[in-house]
Design a protein around this ligand. Structure first.
Ligand SMILES: NC(=O)c1ccc[n+]([C@@H]2O[C@H](COP(=O)([O-])OP(=O)(O)OC[C@H]3O[C@@H](n4cnc5c(N)ncnc54)[C@H](OP(=O)(O)O)[C@@H]3O)[C@@H](O)[C@H]2O)c1
Length: 245
């Protein structure tokens, strides 16, 4: 599949998991890709070396200067920017009834990456996306943004903010740039490798009887990039779990 020949994309947090699968998918479709992470430089370089037309750039999306540098690196390396996938995210595992543990410092740490980092990447990239013939932003949200669930209340709330940011930016940036989000349920990545109990519940209760693979999310991202008449949508990808819970 070569639909993205000549296109250039940034996938934040693509040294691992969902972001890696998205980088691989978009590269397979012909796009040039900048792989990114904030710490895992060796892994990030391995990913970029394993796919065609790709370079790695280390940048922490919670740092506004790093966001500018990541976008500038992309422009200097590939000559433009058509696709921004805001995938990088963090969480803290805190029971929802442990109110004291979810203190304001935890909220700030999570919002710094998931909300402010996503915003800053959009802000740094918009000028170039508007110059593209088909500029697209895809934000990776979570089922926790929609259902009262998730690894902690600050995390779930941060992803709800990402959904609303998605809709507001879609309204503001059309027709030049489309903005959509994918809200995954349980996906098998390093992040969730110890979540055996949750995986068992999903396998029993979700109509599709399994947890998701990073490639499942990557396929939706590719579909949204191709969907020229869709903007402002949050696509839930949970194997149907929320139908039964
Ligand atoms: N796995 C799931 O079940 C699931 C479900 C719903 C939503 N999600 C969302 O999907 C996204 C990816 O999750 P994943 O499961 O694939 O996690 P993962 O395997 O842990 O990968 C996270 C990636 O983000 C990078 N990253 C973290 N903080 C960053 C920062 N400040 N700046 C740049 N990169 C950063 C990590 O590299 P460094 O640590 O080296 O920076 C890594 O490349 C997240 O936004 C998450 O909220 C995941």
């Amino acid at each position: 599949m070569n639909d993205l020949n000549g296109k250039v994309g940034i996938v934040t947090g693509s040294s691992s998991g969902i972001g890696r699968a998205i980088a691989e998918k978009l590269s397979d479709m012909g796009a040039s890709i900048v792989v990114n992470s904030s710490k895992s430089e060796k892994l990030g370089n391995e990913v970029s070396e394993s796919i065609s037309n790709s370079k790695y750039f280390k940048a922490d999306i919670s740092d506004r200067v790093d966001c500018e540098k990541l976008v500038q690196f992309t422009i200097e390396t590939f000559g433009g920017l058509d696709i921004l996938v805001n995938n990088a995210g963090i969480t803290r595992l805190i029971a929802h009834n442990d109110i004291k543990k979810a203190d304001v410092d935890v909220w700030k740490e999570i919002f710094d990456v998931n909300v402010f980092g996503t915003w800053q990447m959009c802000s740094s990239a918009i000028k170039y996306l508007e110059q593209s013939s088909n500029g697209v932003i895809i934000n990776i949200s979570s089922i926790a943004s929609i259902r009262p669930t998730g690894s902690s209340i600050p995390y779930a709330t941060s992803k709800a903010a990402v959904n609303h940011m998605t809709r507001l930016l879609a309204k503001t940036l059309g027709p030049k740039v489309r903005v959509n989000a994918v809200a995954p349920g349980l996906i098998d990545t390093p992040w969730t490798q110890d979540w055996d109990i949750v995986r068992q519940i999903v396998s029993e209760q979700a109509p599709l009887k399994r947890s998701g693979k990073p490639e499942d999310v990557a396929s939706i991202v590719a579909g949204l990039i191709a969907a020229d008449y869709v903007t402002g949508e949050v696509v839930l990808a949970d194997g149907g779990l929320s139908l039964n819970s």
